[in-house]
Design a protein around this ligand. Sequence first.
Ligand code: M6R
Length: 612
Amino acid sequence: MCGIVGGVAERNISNILIEGLKRLEYRGYDSAGLALINQGQVLRERRVGKVANLADAVSESQISGSLGIAHTRWATHGKPTEENAHPHISGNVAVVHNGIIENYQELKDDLEALGYVFTSQTDTEVVAHLVNDALKTAPSLLEAVRKVVPQLKGAYALGIVHTDHPDELITVREGSPLVIGVGIGENFISSDQLALLPITNRFIYLEEGDIARLTRHTIEVFVDGQLVERPVKELDATVSNASKGEYKHYMLKEIYEQPEAIKQTISQALNGNALREDFLASAIEDFSNIQQVQIIACGTSYHAGMIAKYWFEQLIDMPCQVEIASEFRYRSPVIVNNTLYVCISQSGETADTLAALRDTQKRAVAKNLNITTMTICNVATSSMVRETNHSLLTLAGPEIGVASTKAFTTQLAALMLLVLKIGQIKQTISEDQIAKIVTELWHTPKVILDTLQNDKEILRLSELFVEKQHCLFLGRGTHFPIALEGALKLKEISYIHAEGYAAGELKHGPLALVDNDMPVVILAPKDDMLDKLKSNMEEVQARGGELFVFADEHSGIKGKDRQHVVNVPTVDPILAPIVYSIPVQLLSYHVAVLRGTDVDQPRNLAKSVTVE
Ligand code: M6R
């Protein structure tokens, strides 16, 4: 959601903050702001819209300072206006905030009664006033913040500076991610290490409840007022893998990175055509006890989980449930003994998934149940990875485009590895079957490369979608979730209303929508359901619907009037959903570009959904 950058240095850090914000813009991009402390003054600039607008304002005003905080906003409380943009100021205090202060109204009433005047509709402004007020009695900025934190309810990360403390940056992590970037003679904070990679690769990952005080030369982390040690970790991520390179958009780059990302992800687990002995070795005992799997995730990650359900049940006879985290966390689900709870998340910070995980863990402890938790995640240092018993990383590299692409297909690859590992431990799959699937997995990057060759043809077809208002995606079996995913991709970046359906459900309702103006995208791999799917296609054609079919090259489906066919190279039906993700991603991408939307940063959305 919102993104925070801050720093304390000897040099002017205005450009560092702006560059950091640009790298965080995927988190929120409706307004941005920055405050620098210089000679006892807070110098602030805020602008509606992208960070580029703020950058222009800063280069015009030439404000500078060696202590500062900056923010890119995804509006929750109050519209995206300049007044609501962070940092918020009270007296000599400036604050940036990511997350939500749930009890802000109550706090605001109290502060107004004390005479504080609010200039924004945000929940954040209460924090600035509270710290200002606490400073009346607190002996230091740190102590003032410590006094304020227990009054705040919700999930938040904060960066706080004060004009009288030109070498001090206070930061708080409570439910929203925050890292400290360790420099030489300078230190920084950010919601995501990505923002700081150009200046350091040494990071301290704060824990929930940590309050830290940064000066140029020191970093102190406190828990309940006691100094604690937090390790400094060195990262080998490079700056370049987070850049767009020669591509027009991050999304396109990330689509094209999929063959390599999948290769990286499976390489960590495979040795030739077998699973490596050390792959998830620390989980063997836990996995041998499980009787069922419960997957929890949101959005695209949820779709990956839906496909894994087919795999768990068909391939290794393991019962598997999948649920959207925002539902799971609030419906008091029965926590079942000997269950493996799997969180799937690109970011590892999605608020609903994290809350569902924490709640499950609490309930299991309360009932003395034996459960195992694990995360499939793209960020090794994320909260979910740190808080689950086991983790399996998707080695996709940073995914910047809001629309998830390479994270999704690597999640699928990782989930298949997990299925095989559990089946091997439980002996519900033979070594021969494992070897066969592993061989196909190794082959997948090449099949994706071949599928990407259809890009131009898909671009040509996408022109037929530009004027459409609605679209249907249909698939069967593991391609039902791909239909859902295709619809999600199309709607989130092109703003065309799209629905994904299991093709067998067509005549139970959605067929009523089909007319001359309704494009229907069909996912047609060569599997056991192909003939049934062909019947569904007939049903659409008979009602005047226009078909866009991504079909196995040997499916026998041919192009004809109002039936456009893109041939997809033959792939083992088990792994076909990985490959069929590619054409739906390309279709959405091209439609969005042709419609002129902001592909990487679609309206109203943010990459990492750290508020519920
Ligand atoms: O980081 P996560 O995988 O937990 O994020 C979950 C969803 O917010 C995410 O997949 C979202 O649906 C994507 N923007 C879809 O492209």
